[in-house]
Structure formats: structure tokens, C-alpha cells
Design a protein around this ligand. Structure first.
Ligand code: SF4
Length: 106
């Protein structure tokens, strides 16, 4: 389904442009903000959404997974991923996935 980029939130860091495996994002315009060049070719890999430091990028989910127009945004921290699912009616759901197990040694 592709991504949306909020150019107001974009700080032109270029991390999304560098990490996109399809080379689909460019920094464009006089303010050098991120733009998706060909959303039809986006694989929904979430690489750019995870890398963006300002949460300017959201993945638009297919209707088979969520309500049409629902968007998913990750917040990456050291030990977990916090996902926010934003429904078209404004409701949100939060999901947390632990990415590292902390082990205690005696
Ligand atoms: Fe803008 Fe986010 Fe891309 Fe950085 S990673 S250029 S802040 S959209």
C-alpha cells in the first residue's frame, strides 16, 4: 500500500533515502524534504518508517489487514518496538514488541 510522508515533520536527515531498498525516496524541493517517488513499487518493508527520527513516515495498511486508510507508525527504542495503529475514524491502538530479552546473570 505504500507510505505517506509528513513533510512538516521531516528534518531532511536523509535516513529514509539511504535505507530504502527500492531506492524510492528522495529529498526534494527547496527545503530538501523527503518524498516517495513511486509508492506503487513500495514493498511495505517498514525500513524507512523505523529509521525516521521524527515519525514523519507512516505505512498505509491494506484493507485486508485493517480498516481502509489505517496507518501504522513505529517508535524504535533499544529493547522494543512500539507500534501505533491509527484508524481512519481517529481511534488508535498501541502494540509493543520486545526486540531484546534482558538476561540477568548471577
Ligand atoms: Fe525526513 Fe524522516 Fe526521511 Fe529523515 S528519515 S529525511 S526526517 S522523512
Amino acid at each position: 500500500m505504500g507510505i505517506t510522508i509528513d513533510r512538516q515533520k521531516c528534518i531532511s536527515c536523509g535516513k529514509c533515502e539511504s535505507i530504502c531498498p527500492g531506492d524510492l525516496i528522495r529529498l526534494t524541493g527547496p527545503e530538501n524534504k523527503a518524498e516517495i517517488i513511486c509508492n506503487e513499487d513500495c514493498w511495505d518493508c517498514f525500513a524507512c518508517t523505523k529509521k525516521c527520527p521524527t515519525n514523519a513516515i507512516q505505512n498505509v495498511l491494506p484493507f485486508q489487514i485493517a480498516n481502509r486508510g489505517a496507518k501504522l507508525t513505529p517508535k524504535v527504542s533499544e529493547n522494543q518496538l512500539d507500534w501505533t495503529l491509527q484508524h481512519p475514524d481517529g481511534k488508535t491502538e498501541q502494540f509493543t514488541i520486545k526486540t531484546k530479552e534482558t538476561t540477568q546473570t548471577k
